[in-house]
Design a protein around this ligand. Sequence first.
Ligand code: NAD
Ligand code: UFG
Length: 334
Amino acid sequence: MRVLVTGGAGYIGSHTLLELLAQGHEVCVLDNYANAAPDVLDRVRALSNRPLRDETGDVRDRSRLDKIMDDFAPEAVIHFAGLKAVGESGTNPLGYYDVNINGTLTLLQAMQRADCKRIIFSSSATVYGEPQYLPYDEAHPLNPMSVYGRTKLMAEQILTDWAAAQPDRATVLLRYFNPVGAHPSADLGEDPRDTPNNLMPLIAQVATGKREALQVYGDDYDTPDGTGLRDYIHVVDLARAHLAALSYAATQSGARPFNIGTGQNYSVREMVQAFEKASGRKIPTINSPRRDGDVAAMQADARRANRELGWQATHGLDDMAASTWAWQTKNHNG
Ligand code: NAD
Ligand code: UFG
């Protein structure tokens, strides 16, 4: 299939490109490099040994999109491009609504003009908000607690309405849990521009000595060791979920959300231990107050994705930690 991948130079996008190319898809990337290294696509080309088209541009640029649609004529779009820092979304709400909502609207308008009918969207488990029950299934109430989460929910709604307007359109909403890890080559991984927001890159920076200690945000949660529980998913498993979603969208219509997680969760302390094992280094920690907006625990009920997409996570915690460490040590600025 010809697939346009917005945000394909980013963390999850770059891993997905490799899976798409390995399966023989023709791929074109649109990225403005707001949060990606300029050489990522060269690494993807080298690893895959396959041609890859790329366009440097903004997903809000309608004329650019129209041109790509005319030249490349994608049969499906995977839409990763967006801003994703929860804290920053509260201080820059208009910036987040602009990129995440206007970006999605502009993309859909260009797709509609070009009669492209299938889209896979990067949504997030954050759309659920405070758990009413766990694991979250896709029917759990949606009540995001941040501007970022609300942009994801609004985009889901727009995509759902778009799909409903014509009988042959398909939208797959992938609600990712906590992506971690790196490609086994250690040539692709998470490369945060500024101070990382997420646990794994922060732990990795403590292991390399870039940071003195990890702040553990809350050790008094109602969890077995008092620290937050999350459903961490290896980025290669997550990338493969997009291939499964693409096959699904080729035969189905309408909009459907899927949880993409492992169904298991681990505490902050368990993540630290796994990383100490993988790196052979001690990770000093400091107990700190709870972080605003954090929930005690998250966990996916991923059975719908198992059943309907035929997808299942296969990488475990040791692999998540070991691949992050390999990436971090091979790419000192990564
Ligand atoms: P990332 O920042 O590494 O990738 C996003 C990519 O989009 C980057 O390459 C960036 O340069 C590009 N981009 C940003 N704004 C753009 C614009 N206006 N036009 C064109 N390109 C633009 O992030 P990621 O972790 O790979 O996340 C990909 C998607 O998945 C995002 O939509 C994110 O919200 C969503 N998501 C991520 C997580 C996570 O924890 N990583 C969890 C749930 C959902
Ligand atoms: N944590 C610490 N110390 C840190 C960073 C994080 O203790 O320095 C803890 C958090 O309190 C939480 C856990 O580690 O218990 C995971 O935190 P992350 O910031 O890595 O991830 P979140 O679950 O807060 O959020 C992530 C993404 C969101 C996404 C959400 C659900 O950042 O974009 O997962 O998918 F919406």
